[in-house]
Design a protein around this ligand. Structure first.
Ligand code: TRP
Length: 453
């Protein structure tokens, strides 16, 4: 994908390929690992409600804005904005995106590495005969152990780099198209099992019954961060992907469909997790290890649990790869197009740099446990820096750019494919990206970091 060494731009081929690639970016660990644990730590139902409203009112418009920029300019995030707004400071959005990409790659590959290790554990039937308590011990010993998590993290990063090198049609499109529907089916199976465990209903009310006393500015900011993270918005990943969209792609429909699919997967992950958490007598605020401690237990109580577990962790790893390639591609496309590097060189540099930051992240529960930034360990502070700072600010700048710098005509031209498709709700979209989204994001951000009260 992207510009090859002869300067020809590769691109996505079919309509379903585009949705699959954008959905492949959006759907990943953010939905299945991050959503349940963050919702669990932030009170459940009320968090879900705030998160859903943010996806609808802020997330979809930001995603659409990224699509507009990317497909109009057909360049990497930095180059795209510079070509639309030459000689201005707007391209700084692209630089922030590069920083965010490294931050996210670092901690994303940590968790993806854990997922790979759980593929291995499933394969050797390593959960068999263990109860919740000993599954917790297995997880905790692994997480702090250093060598193994580092090994799997590197495997994951190399895998991502290899797919980045193999190009759009052969890589991303082919894999995501076939495999994601299977993930959905497995998740449904997990939901059924989880819901039929004794005591499951407590989990359902935790997830769906909002308790508004749990809401505070920090919770609201993490809901915004979760929405941005899960939709892959705010750092130019979707600017980059949209630069490979053909001119026939209906941008609004794509943004809508991808966001809905993303939300559905997150909710299903919640329905798979929380009933089991309560049925097993565990706590919903178990933190980053939540799915790794809970799900192996659920698998053991299913007929064919061995295969279910194996298939689930394999597909989750694939979902993680299709997301991480969209993160790495932001940097690679930037290096290739702005510094005239060969794709191979750009990928190699990105891989090495991401692996370097990633090591600190993976060791943040083990050897580097004592290192804290702002009271958080390295992992949590990188996650916070990305989801609660860089992505909201990136999203804010992106809507300001499309809403105030680009002209209505430019935006409408792009949304309508130069008059080929009807643009419904343009006024609503325009009003949101000019007024609602910037003001809302600014207030949520300043409130959430404790700057205004
Ligand atoms: N959305 C992905 C997930 O949920 C992660 C991701 C991919 C991402 N690309 C991104 C997050 C760009 C933020 C920005 O797993």
């Amino acid at each position: 994908m992207n510009t090859d060494d002869q300067g020809k731009r590769d691109g996505f081929t079919s309509r379903f390929g585009i949705i699959a690639a954008a959905a492949g970016s959006a759907i990943g660990l953010g939905n299945i690992w991050r959503f349940p644990y963050v919702a669990g730590e932030n009170g459940g139902g009320a968090f879900l409600l705030v998160y859903l409203s943010f996806v609808l009112v802020l997330g979809i418009p930001v995603m659409l804005s990224e699509f507009v920029i990317g497909r109009k300019a057909k360049k990497n995030a930095f180059g795209a904005i510079r070509s639309i707004a030459p000689g201005t400071w707007w391209p700084v959005i692209g630089i922030m995106g590069i920083v965010a990409a490294f931050v996210i790659l670092a901690f994303y590959s940590t968790i993806a590495g854990w997922t790979l290790h759980y593929v291995y554990l499933s394969l050797i039937n390593g959960f068999k005969g263990h109860d919740s308590e000993s599954l917790g011990i297995i997880f905790n010993e692994f997480m702090v152990s250093g060598a193994m998590p580092l090994f799997w993290q590197m495997v994951f990063l190399v895998l991502t780099a290899v797919i980045i090198l193999s190009g759009v049609r052969k890589g991303i499109e082919k894999y995501s198209k076939i495999l994601m529907p299977f993930l959905l089916l497995l998740l449904l199976g997990l939901c059924v099992r989880s819901l039929t465990l004794p005591g499951a209903m407590e989990g359902i009310s935790f997830l769906f019954k909002p308790d508004f006393s749990k809401i505070n500015p920090a919770v609201i900011l993490s809901a915004l961060g979760q929405a941005a993270f899960s939709l892959s918005i705010g750092m130019g990943a979707l600017i980059t992907y949209a630069s490979y969209f053909p001119k026939e792609t209906n941008l609004s429909n794509t943004a809508f469909e991808v966001s809905i699919a993303d939300v559905i997967i997150a909710i299903l992950a919640g329905v798979a997790i929380f009933p089991a958490v309560f049925a097993l007598g565990m706590e919903p605020d178990g933190g980053v290890g939540l799915i790794f401690m809970v799900l192996p237990n659920v698998f053991q109580q299913m007929p064919g649990g061995y295969f279910f577990a194996l298939a689930f962790f394999v597909l989750l790893s694939i979902a993680a790869v299709t997301s991480s390639i969209s993160i790495m591609e932001v940097v690679v496309a930037f290096l290739v197009e702005e510094f005239q590097l060969k794709r191979r060189q750009a990928t190699f540099i990105t891989l090495v740099a991401a692996a370097f930051v990633g090591v600190f992240c993976t060791l943040s529960w083990g050897a580097l446990e004592g290192v804290t930034i702002g009271g958080m360990n390295i992992f949590d502070s990188l996650d916070y820096a990305a989801s609660s700072i860089l992505l909201p600010l990136g999203g804010l700048l992106i809507v300001l750019f499309v809403g105030w710098y680009m002209t209505n005509t430019q935006v409408e031209q792009e949304l309508s494919n130069a008059g080929q498709v009807k643009v419904r709700l343009f006024k609503v979209f325009n009003f949101i990206i000019r007024f609602i989204a910037p003001i809302a994001i600014a207030i949520i951000f300043l409130n959430g970091i404790g700057f205004i009260r």
